[in-house]
Design a protein around this ligand. Structure first.
Ligand SMILES: NC(=O)C1=CN([C@@H]2O[C@H](COP(=O)(O)OP(=O)(O)OC[C@H]3O[C@@H](n4cnc5c(N)ncnc54)[C@H](OP(=O)(O)O)[C@@H]3O)[C@@H](O)[C@H]2O)C=CC1
Ligand SMILES: O=C(O)CCC(=O)C(=O)O
Length: 410
């Protein structure tokens, strides 16, 4: 809300629209029982917050993590509204999840939790209503269970018309070729736009990544293709460092065989978690949770660029320090928008009964992100402000226009 209020002040957002956007349209909390493998019943808490749908159906991921609550879902849903608008997608913003540590459950239990959560959300989700997608600790398998559960509540003759209730599905179940890498690909497309603007050669540049899940791995993969060098990675299990460079594919294979964790990787040294952000490098890609770069560590950062793969990794006070030190920040709603853009093409291909080739998908994603990057930089220049505020203003202008044209139902 501090980010929104700042942008709204600068652009002089219409007072009525400001009031509308300052609150969420609906907030759904569900409590649902699931039978565990040992026969016990557990009750889980799930959430879906729908912020605004003036531009189209609510869209945004589902997170399975102990930190998920109504406040987290609210902030993440609001960011989705700005993100979809900035990239020019016909979507509003929503987000949600279940408050669990999925590592504590068997695959069968996770399936029942997902299906029961989907069932509890009922008609609050739907292909033209609210379309979930993957986020932290959710993946194509979980999306397939959601699609199947939702479709199963429809008549057998129309159930396949509802596949696009969710995106990020496995390719065999209506998923998009390339949705797996879309967010990381978009992060690197934004970094390339930054390098072009600044006249910087990315080959040989050192970068570090926080989080080596979907976004962290794919961003590293595409940075490596450009000849940049991954020198440190951090996840919830610790931090690893290798000045000579960490092989992204090798680390990815290790993580795949090690319950998703980087710990125990043999081709890098372990280091203190709290030294991670102050490492000597050119680019930092936060790709884990929010509020990681704050006033406690922003003054220690040596990188020239923070490319926000995660949602909300830099808080307002941390960003002030970064900007005062001349460090660039590509804001989350731009930098990680490749994911929702990929989701849009998946939704479209399901609606049209088509199948897009991966090269077409990646080309469409970079075009959308390059345009959004340019709009962000130009808007920031026009209002003499930073890139995050520029991105917010560009997003808010589009939503304001829609309200101005259509008015508000009496
Ligand atoms: N998936 C997508 O398409 C999109 C994701 N995002 C954002 O990107 C971020 C990452 O999402 P995604 O890659 O999908 O999620 P994943 O679940 O695939 O990966 C999350 C990663 O973050 C790590 N992590 C969790 N907690 C911490 C911590 N306290 N310190 C350091 N690392 C930690 C995890 O490590 P461990 O395994 O050890 O827990 C894991 O490596 C999130 O902020 C998400 O909202 C944004 C746009 C789209
Ligand atoms: O793919 C999507 O619909 C949303 C992805 C997401 O949750 C995000 O961009 O934060």
């Amino acid at each position: 809300m501090r980010q929104f209020n700042h942008a709204a002040d600068i652009m002089r957002l219409d007072k009525g629209i400001r009031k509308i956007l300052a609150s969420t349209n609906s907030e759904i909390s569900v409590h649902f029982p699931v039978k565990m493998d040992d026969g016990r019943i557990e009750v889980f808490n799930g959430y879906r917050v729908q912020h605004n749908n003036s531009l189209g159906p609510y869209k945004g991921g589902l997170r399975f993590h102990p930190t998920v609550d109504i406040n987290a879902a609210r902030a993440l849903a609001i960011w989705m509204t700005w993100k979809s608008s900035l990239v020019g997608l016909p979507y509003g913003g929503g987000k949600g999840g279940v408050s669990i540590d999925p590592k504590l459950y068997s695959i069968g239990e996770l399936e029942r939790i997902t299906r029961r959560f989907t069932y509890s959300l009922g008609e609050n989700i739907g292909p033209d209503v609210d379309i979930p997608a993957p986020d932290v600790n959710t993946n194509p398998q979980i999306m397939a269970w959601i699609a199947d559960t939702f479709a199963s509540t429809k008549s057998p003759s129309t159930r396949m018309l509802n596949l696009h209730v969710v995106t990020g599905k496995p390719v065999g179940s209506g998923g998009l070729n390339g949705r797996d890498r879309a967010t990381g690909y978009g992060v690197v497309a934004s970094i390339k736009s930054w390098a072009k603007l600044k006249g910087i050669e990315l080959a040989g540049k050192k970068y570090i990544v926080q989080g080596f899940g979907n976004v962290g791995f794919w961003a590293s993969h595409f940075m490596e293709e450009l000849g940049a060098k991954l020198v440190a990675v951090q996840d919830a299990s610790g931090t690893i460092f290798n000045e000579e460079g960490i092989d992204t594919e090798k680390l990815h294979n290790h993580v795949g065989n090690n319950s998703g964790l980087i710990s125990g990787y043999d081709d890098a040294d372990k280091m203190d978690n709290d030294k991670f952000f102050s490492l000597d490098c050119d680019i930092i890609i936060p790709a884990a949770l929010g509020n990681q770069i704050t006033e406690a560590n922003a003054h220690l950062i040596k990188a020239k660029l923070i490319a926000e793969g995660a949602n909300g990794p830099t808080d307002v006070d941390g960003e002030k320090i970064l900007l005062s030190r001349g460090i660039d920040v590509i804001p989350d709603i731009l930098c990680n928008a490749g994911g929702v853009t990929g989701s849009y093409y998946e939704w479209l291909q399901n609606k049209r009964s088509e199948n897009y080739h991966i090269d077409t998908v990646l080309k469409m994603i970079s075009e959308k992100l390059n345009e959004a990057f340019e709009r962000t930089v130009n808007t920031a220049k026009k209002y003499d402000t930073d890139w995050r505020t520029g991105a917010y203003i560009a997003a808010l202008e589009r939503i304001q226009q829609t309200y101005m044209e259509r008015g508000v139902f009496p």
